[in-house]
Design a protein around this ligand. Sequence first.
Ligand code: G4P
Length: 539
Amino acid sequence: MPDTKQEIQTDMDQEIRRRRTFAIISHPDAGKTTLTEKFLLYGGAIQSAGAVKGKASDRHATSDWMEIEKKRGISVTSSVLQFEYNGFCINILDTPGHQDFSEDTYRTLMAADSAVMVIDGAKGIEPQTRKLFKVCAMRHIPIFTFINKMDREARDPFDLVDELEKEFGIGTYCVNWPIGCGAGFKGVYERDRHSILAFGETHAGRRRIEGVACDISDTEKMDALIGSYAREELVSQIELLDGASFDFDLDKVRNGRLSPVFFGSALNNFGVEAFLQRFLEMTTPPLEHVSGDRLVSPFDPDFTAFVFKIQANMNKAHRDRIAFLRICSGRFERGREYYHVQAGRPVKLSQPQQMMAQEREIIDTAYAGDIIGVFDPGIFSIGDTVCEKGEQVTYAGIPTFAPEHFAVVEQIDSMKRKQFAKGVTEIAQEGAIQIFFEPGTGMERVVVGVVGQLQFDVLQFRMESEYGVRYNKRDLPHQLIRYIKNQDVNPADLKLMQTTRWVQDVRGRDLLIFVGQYEIDWALDKNPGLVLTEFNQNT
Ligand code: G4P
């Protein structure tokens, strides 16, 4: 263990420099879990394929409300995994693939320094990829694209790349290029290494998964590996690609303007290690974070972190909540007293833990770039900052994502008024739902907004099982929500269509909910000067 101040700083610098914290995003079924699993295999964090999924089902045993996950066979919450590879300490933020839980996914992206976007080669960009990409683009974090399932019939690679550029408005640089696909998949050509990574021939009915490197100019060996037809086709495609595509530019990669693209097959473990190695070379150690008008460097010796996710009831017996913190600077030490900025008081972060592969471990130290989960006795909200006493750090909050489904939720039993209010408030604090009030009504009736319908099921399940409360729910046809930006506008005086509703959030800010875009257009047309905004940045 380092002792002197100097030793501690040197140790900290080294530790931070080798950290890589990234999220894996994809539309469900594109292969995110399979790719994550292969990464973990390379890191030696798991021994066999299938362990990630297997363990995920074990986890249900300790998290009762995740019954819903079990019933629907989807992963609702995101987890964080840490493992070592080639001297790097890697934190993967796994995100739930199901579209209904996109809000949680969005927040997770706030804690990542880069993102790996997995795309199914047969499908290209899908709706969930689109949504997630937008959030990454908003933060200008580097995005690395892995086009998966090349062992199956896939779309034309030029088409896929063109789609990425046109839809996302970014440049792409294909680090490797596929040679065929499906039954005719021969491997990939590594452009800057001028060599082929060949996909093994069918061997006793099974494909070999290891690659064979070969220089593209070695015609004889190339023909032996992929055949002369595939070689000739590859040479003409590479000529086309070299002529038409963007040049590689690491600065552009690092500020999210150029996405390195890799082709491969996660299931066959083909191109995965090469991807991981190249990705680790290109991506950055932990990034700086904005606090007020200054940038906090991760190497700043003072510990700072923000809460990006709160997860309730991991253990029903204790009804506890875990707050997940992204460490932005310095070193965390277990047992030290820190300062909770929003509460304005000291805080001990108890039971600090990290996920090592699938095991939770109590940890003594952690560094900028790491994610720690701490026991939350109900004091934290999403976006809160924790730092050293005396530091004035407040990280720019985590945006609230606009709900797309709304319902009026009303208590049935007036004897359980307190539990109802506590339940909806706490669940809203965790960020699983958003609650709004219609002016003039109290806590017995709230408008609940969610990003995905499934969150209504989670709400009902948790209200009954944790708070012993049942309620009436009436779905609303509304789908859009906007903040009223003008301070001087009294919403009661606005000319609105009959179906438009005026609500207020927990901080008393005015919002309007709309059934469709035409209602927004109508409101803007009839109320000159009215300014409506979609996102609200929490502070
Ligand atoms: P997700 O986390 O993005 O939702 O996707 P996941 O990894 O669970 O993969 C979805 C399905 O796609 C799985 O099949 C998986 O085996 C398959 N898959 C992933 N990568 C590849 C690939 O490179 N090639 C091919 N051919 N298939 C791939 P499944 O049948 O739904 O599940 P399982 O029974 O294999 O677990």
